[in-house]
Design a protein around this ligand. Sequence first.
Ligand code: GLU
Length: 309
Amino acid sequence: MPYIPLTPLRRTLAALVLTALALAAAGCGREGSPPVKGPAGSELPAYVVARNFTLPASPTWERAKRRGHLVVGVKEDQPYLGEKDPASGRYSGFDIEIARMMSAALGFPPSTIEFKTIASANRETALQNGQIDYYVGTYTINDKRKKLVGFAGPYYMAGQSLLVRTDENDIHGPQDLAGKRVCSAAGSTPAQRIEAEYPRADLVTYDTYSVCVDNLLTYQVDAVTTDDAILLGYAAKVPDELKVVGKPFSEEPYGIGVPRGDNALRFALDEALAVDEKNGDWRKAYDATLGLSGAPVPKPPPIDRYPAS
Ligand code: GLU
């Protein structure tokens, strides 16, 4: 991975950009920028905690019960999806709400969840070595990953897209990436797709997409690629600087990662998702989180419920 040192100008730019992002996040948008909307606690549904729920067939659930709370893997730098407030340490976003809904269905008050930030490249290991009970963080279900972990869901359908600076006029889709520096997260399906299908693009990977976005704003890369749901969140924070271009060029069904072989947990989560999609909680959570980024309002995709493995 090439390392580009920050020149003094770049350093100043980076500092300005970080300040702009911090101000936007704090709700003090510059003149002319739209007010920053974020989920107010009152708009989020309160999930009903299942009483007397037990799941003896799930070793993960049994271990959590003994521990007294769930440990859930998430992202912390993906606006409207999984975001951690650095001041309070609180997590918010659509994935966080899905994690809370699932917790309630499993009989654990959502307020007791211990969230752990886990990067894209480390999800399978975290589930395999018992660091987390389940994972909710823009995690695409695919056959390769199903050999390593289990997936409940999907609960949302995203698609790979491109984020560029508003002053960029040459990139409209993946076909325009030849010779361009494109940034994505290590271990992600979008990075793998660029490598496999657009080998003439100059791919750079980091642990997180927020580092890619900093690099884009400081002219160190030409585009960031990952799911539209993630990119729309970054663009919504600094709409004068960033735009999402073109049409999504893949299908990324988001699943809840569970330890492979814990079919009881996987099926319980599938059932819980079906209930929350029906009772309106899924939609309320969406409207109060991801819906605010301008992501198109979806119909939840059909739940997979693939056979025990
Ligand atoms: N959904 C894609 C993936 O699971 C990209 C987003 C991410 O890295 O979390 O690889």
